[in-house]
Ligand binder design. Structure first.
Ligand SMILES: [Zn+2]
Length: 329
């Protein structure tokens, strides 16, 4: 994306110096809007997909629960998508431990040119750095919200799309090894190892999508999704489209019309920077200084999950997807 903006500046300069000639860059033809029908996202169903993941236990890399959950996710995507790719890779954790990772990609309408990428990480964190009971730090995090919630919403979306149909292409990417990084890591590169791997080695050579939407911690009671810095830098128009839509749908208490002063290191950062797909993050971060109170603690379990929040996120992302399908943007 950085390269693209430099290129655009150059093009603008080149055009303005030849203002007598009518050889300006051609705009892509505007696609005609189609009738808009938005299928129903079912929060109860998404909730069940979250509970299913949590039942396997903590999805910590190099454990049995991690492999079992991977098989469950592949199975779900195979049921609802046209094509599924399981991408296995190894990566080093910041302390040198070798981790076996699996990114899982389910594609709907793999041959469509217009595409939306929907993603969430499915691993859970190996240490509960912020545990209230300090004896529980090394137990890791259950990640009902931090991991399973975004994945549950996306499995329900796949089910719903399969049933309702769609013309655009949709790629559902479950990234692994997002949450195994080092606290206060200066450049953030010890996080999001699966997204970094996928962005450098996409499941299809030359893969592109028009936009991406990342869901992270989208299921907890009282969630507040603010407009986040990386999203605003790389995909400001999509941020405004989604937040405006959410507010018009009556979900302004969750999709708050405020901007965080900083960006968040999350999978979207690397997808924006490495593969250049304009991608936003819907993430529960009520203030500049903190995530939700259960974040990276022993309390990130099914007790924090709220169907009303899942419903808001699921319906807003569904409405965004079907507006994209109907050529509203
Ligand atoms: Zn996390």
């Amino acid at each position: 994306m950085r390269f693209t903006s430099i290129l655009l500046v150059f093009l603008f300069f080149a055009c303005s110096s030849n203002s007598n000639q009518s050889t300006a860059v051609k705009e892509a033809p505007k696609l005609e809007r189609k009738p808009l029908t938005i299928p129903q996202f079912i929060a109860d169903s998404a909730y069940q997909y979250i509970a299913d993941q949590v039942k396997f236990g903590k999805r910590i890399p190099n454990t049995e629960a991690h492999v079992q959950t991977k098989d469950y996710l592949v199975d779900k995507l195979e049921k609802y998508c046209d094509r599924v790719v399981e991408q296995s890779f190894t990566a080093k954790r910041y302390d040198g431990v070798s981790l076996q990772g699996f990114n899982i990609i389910g594609s709907i309408n793999p041959d469509s040119d217009r595409r939306l990428l929907l993603l969430a990480h499915w691993d859970s964190r190996f240490i509960a750095d912020h545990a209230q009971d300090k004896t529980k730090v090394n137990d890791g995090v259950m990640g009902a919200d931090d991991g399973a919630s975004g994945v549950g919403v996306l499995i329900e979306m796949a089910r719903m799309i399969r049933s309702a149909g769609i013309d655009v292409g949709v790629d559902i990417l479950f990234t692994d090894l997002e949450d195994q990084g080092k606290s206060n890591d200066a450049d953030g590169k010890s996080w999001c190892l699966g997204a970094q791997y996928w962005a450098r080695n996409p499941h299809i050579k030359g893969y592109r999508a028009d936009y991406g939407i990342l869901l992270d911690m989208v299921g907890a009671k009282g969630a507040k999704f603010l407009k986040e810095g990386v999203s605003l830098t790389y995909a400001p128009e999509l941020v405004h489209t989604v937040w405006q839509l959410a507010n018009s749908m009556g979900y302004g208490q969750y999709f708050v019309n405020k901007t965080l002063s900083n960006g968040v290191v999350d999978d979207h950062l690397f997808i924006n920077q490495i593969i250049g797909i304009p991608t936003i993050d819907i993430i529960n971060k009520p203030s500049n200084s903190a995530f939700g109170p259960h974040w990276h603690t022993e309390n990130d379990n099914m007790d924090v999950i709220d169907k009303d929040v899942i419903k808001a996120v699921g319906r807003v992302v569904t409405a965004t997807l079907y507006r994209f399908d109907a050529n509203y943007f």
